[in-house]
Design a protein around this ligand. Structure first.
Ligand SMILES: [Mg+2]
Length: 435
């Protein structure tokens, strides 16, 4: 429907511009970024303002969320990864809730919630019903451009736990709204953020052998695909873990070696393991203890010759600030799917960098849409270390017109508005599961 440019539209446009100015002001105040970063952000302001004015005036008017659909699917997988093993040892498949958000002008944004019940408490059933029954009804009618406001609404309707409640369900909505914003303003996400993206990311190959006898073949497979950097899943058996790291280092001495314990050690074991891992040449140890072992992390960080990263438990920016104040870690393994989506994940990276800590690019075996969102975020921060984005390593299908396929251990960042990808709805149907 055509709407004249009137007082109400002009007022909405001005309000939108002030919201953007307000957010940039807050961002500057909180992040104390360099002059160069500040200028880069300011240079994006006209883009945001013109995008806002373009959409909020003239024939289009302010745009609102008209409809949210959720498609629970399972991607078939290859290889062995402990988080996806069923009771009989078979890989269960990568569960995902694909989210389609339609604006009132018909523009569509795509998101994806990617639960792994063996990694944290959300399931395909819970993310699907949470979005369908609790989030979609309160978001329909909300202004598309106001993503921060959408976060406030979803947090009011699914309350916090120790940090954001049901962050994986919320991440899918956040990603879809970012895609929608990009498509409506004809900007990529790094452009919207006022950041210059790098064109591709270096990847790390995940090693999770059931037995050390399987290790050489797995490393060879990674090397044949062009990978030179490896991340290993360790804990609970320190002897097995040290031998695993020793063998990987021997086969790939030049590669970055990243060990992730997923909270599987107790403090005594972690204190014994870290000097030996450092001696072997492991570069970093992620999540050695459960996140609830606060004093354990404080001691381990003081004692460890290896940098200690946190992952599980760093759910909201507020959690992260508290963990930094408590001096628990040397850095954070990021993943937008863990912490409610791109808006809080971007904030977490800024907080981490402002605190002078390490930021490592990680993921949750992200398929298609969640992977594209993660790539856009890390590329926007010019991330140079190997990224543990192993979706393409383990997932066998894609719902994209142009699937994201690594070449020589690197993954290109999709170009174009929003997430830069095209979802083919016909490819969703064969993967749908009945809940
Ligand atoms: Mg981890």
């Amino acid at each position: 429907m055509t709407r004249p440019i009137g007082w109400w539209n002009a007022r909405t446009a001005v309000r939108g511009i002030y919201k953007i100015l307000d957010r940039i002001h807050l961002m500057e105040k909180k992040s104390a970024c360099s002059r160069r970063e500040f200028l880069a952000k300011m240079s994006s302001l006209p883009v945001l303002m013109f995008g806002g004015v373009h959409l909020l005036s003239g024939s289009q008017g302010a745009r609102h969320i008209a409809q949210i659909d959720v498609f629970p699917i399972t991607y078939p997988m290859r290889g062995r990864f402990k988080f996806f093993e069923g009771p009989d040892g078979h890989m269960m498949g990568r569960a995902s809730a694909v989210i389609k958000v339609k604006a009132d002008d018909g523009t569509v944004g795509w998101g994806e919630s990617v639960p792994i019940p063996k990694w944290s408490y959300e399931t395909l059933e819970s993310v699907t019903t949470t979005i369908r029954n609790y989030l979609a009804p309160v978001l329909v009618g909300h202004e598309v451009f106001d993503i921060a406001g959408a976060h406030r609404i979803v947090d009011q309707n699914i309350a916090p736990a120790f940090g954001t409640g049901q962050p994986m369900a919320k991440a899918g909505i956040d990603i879809a709204l970012h895609d929608l914003l990009g498509k409506m303003t004809h900007r990529s996400l790094p452009e919207i953020w006022g950041r210059k993206a790098i064109p591709s990311l270096l990847l790390s190959y995940t090693l999770n052998p059931e037995s050390l006898d399987d290790l050489d073949a797995l490393i060879e497979d990674g090397r044949n695909r062009g990978y030179r950097n490896f991340n290993v899943k360790v804990s609970p058996d320190p002897e097995y873990d040290l031998e695993l790291c020793r063998r990987v280092k021997k086969r790939a001495p030049e590669g970055y070696l990243w060990a992730d314990a997923n909270g599987g050690y107790d403090l005594d074991t972690a204190l014994k393991v870290v000097p030996e891992m450092a001696e072997i040449g492991v570069d970093i140890l992620e999540q050695p203890l459960p996140i609830t072992r606060i004093t354990g992390y404080q001691m381990l960080k003081r004692e460890s010759p290896l940098p200690i990263l946190l992952d599980e438990g760093v759910v909201s920016p507020a959690n992260l600030v508290e963990f930094i104040r408590l001096d628990l870690m040397d850095g954070v393994a990021m993943k937008p799917a863990r912490c409610g989506g791109l808006l809080p994940a971007k904030r977490q990276i800024e907080i981490t960098q402002d605190a002078g800590l390490l930021f490592l690019g990680s993921g949750l075996t992200d398929p298609d849409i969640s992977l594209a969102a993660t790539l856009q975020l890390y590329a926007a921060f010019q991330y140079q270390l190997p990224a543990a984005l192993n979706g393409p390593q383990f997932i066998r299908e894609s719902i994209l017109r142009d699937p994201l396929i690594p070449e020589q251990g690197r993954l290109s960042v999709p170009e174009g508005p929003g997430l830069g990808i095209t979802v083919e709805e016909a490819k969703i149907r064969p993967l749908l599961v009945e809940l």
